[in-house]
Design a protein around this ligand. Sequence first.
Ligand code: AMP
Length: 188
Amino acid sequence: MGESAMMVDQTLKETLLDSIRTIPDYPKPGIMFRDITTLLGNPKAFRRSVDELVHPYAGTKIDQIAGIEARGFILGGAVAHQLSAGFVPIRKKGKLPYETVRIAYSLEYGVDEMEMHKDAVSEGEKVILVDDLIATGGTAEGAVKLLRRMGADIVAACFVIDLPDLGGRQKLEDLGVTVRTLVEFEGD
Ligand code: AMP
């Protein structure tokens, strides 16, 4: 894949950055919360985000999009539609009705668990992971490990927002995962 297919042009970055609302000290003091509900509510920004996330993979065979609860469902569903792929929800424990596989993952403080249905992905299927934002990468790392345990071939992990200072992209790249992000914010 050529470098140009992976680059996001400057005007698009500005459109997306302008559409994301930052809420200081939410959910706790010191956190700059990057709120994508304003991006989702902006027809142009929402459409362009999804177009840019799928762009490098258009015309390639992708079997499933795995979205991380809950904002990854919104973006992932749209990406799945664009790529004519299926959609696999990765949820917090206890939410899925059928038999599940589960993994613990690290949060800023402590651990939590996420699950997917045990038959949601078949051995060798090509999967793209989608979430709104990557920070420390703990959540996405858990999802990658869970998907791989089920035999998924992870083509890429895609996020609208990268917080590069928190090292999540590097964590995924160290696992051999290609990471695609559209905009960055400094700091955490
Ligand atoms: P992490 O596991 O540290 O990469 O955190 C990623 C998850 O937490 C994603 O599902 C994000 O939606 C959410 N998240 C982490 N930090 C922020 C932030 N500053 N603003 C909005 N969402 C965040």
